[in-house]
Design a protein around this ligand. Structure first.
Ligand code: I4D
Ligand code: MG
Ligand code: MG
Length: 284
């Protein structure tokens, strides 16, 4: 493009800009509500929390995006909890977690984010994750690199499990059999001499830390498509790998993931895990 020539407008520019703007507006609402009294309800278990701010922010995001893109489809955490169908079609689809880290939000623990992913023909085109309490905007567009604010992100190159910092999440399924498998998986990785295993209460922020090279791997059984969508683009554009826990390609709806800076690390993690059955987002 010659200097001063017309800006090249590529497909989805307008959608990406809208995602950035509405994620920042949502972050302002969450930051304001962070120190205020909260009305907390539970969903699938006593550990699966939701507040009026989750619902308010989800409504704010979707109504703004629907105004600009009325033909688009939406998948979001709280609408799904209220019975909406969770189906990724070939239509342009927004995949939204209004507050990722709601339990943290309720307790005043600052790992809280807004996650907005966007897919067309079931392929993820971009992701925006706003770390509300630290004013960090993680973002990536397919084929154009990953950034945190203006800083380019590069995932870890580590291939040795005994030198790895591994992130995971506990989830809200707390029956004894699930907890036994969950703790056994952590034990296997620690017995393999991993430097550490960390749980920060927000899967999407943990995945962004991986994209930034601040950890070497992430795994989880039980997260949702709205936890995964945006961060998957950010990790891939940072040079990382996001795949199914079986070692196959990621299925956004399968509620399980292994992510790492390198394929070797991802494979070592997947091989160490015992599977935990958590259903699928697109199966009621
Ligand atoms: O409900 P939100 O949106 O806060 O998402 C969290 C899930 O609730 C946890 O089960 C899960 O383990 C992760 O922490 C995930 O981020
Ligand atoms: Mg949420
Ligand atoms: Mg979430």
């Amino acid at each position: 493009m010659e200097a001063g020539g017309p800006a090249v407008v590529s497909q989805w520019d307008e959608c990406f800009q809208a995602a950035v703007q509405v994620a920042q507006r949502a972050g302002q609402v969450i930051r304001k509500a962070f120190t205020e009294e909260k009305h907390v309800s539970t969903k699938t278990s006593a550990a699966d929390l939701v507040t009026e701010t989750d619902c308010l922010v989800e409504h704010l995001i979707i109504s703004e995006l629907r105004k600009q893109f009325p033909s688009h489809r939406f998948i979001s955490e709280e609408a799904t909890a209220a019975g909406a169908k969770c189906e990724l079609t070939s239509s342009p689809t927004w995949v939204i977690d209004p507050i990722d880290g709601t339990c943290n939000f309720v307790h005043g623990f600052p790992n809280v984010a807004v996650s907005i992913g966007f897919a067309v023909h079931q392929e993820l085109e971009f992701g925006v994750v706003h770390h509300c309490m630290e004013e960090r905007l993680y973002m990536a567009r397919r084929g154009r690199g990953a950034f945190c604010n203006t800083q380019r992100l590069c995932a870890s190159r580590e291939t040795d499990l005994s030198k790895a910092l591994i992130l995971t999440e506990i989830g809200s399924k707390r029956d004894p059999a699930t907890l036994k498998l969950l703790l056994s998986n952590m034990e296997q990785l620690l017995l393999a001499k991993a430097h550490g295993v960390r749980v920060i209460g927000s899967s999407t922020l943990a995945l962004c830390h991986l994209a930034a090279g601040a950890a070497d791997a992430y795994y989880q059984f039980g997260l949702h498509c709205w936890d995964l969508a945006a961060a998957t683009v950010i990790i891939r554009e940072a040079g990382g790998i996001v795949m199914d826990t079986t070692g196959g390609p990621l299925n956004l709806m399968a509620r399980r993931v292994v992510a790492a800076g390198t394929q070797k690390m991802a494979t070592l993690i997947a091989q160490a895990l015992q599977p935990i059955s958590c259903g699928q987002d697109d199966q009621a």
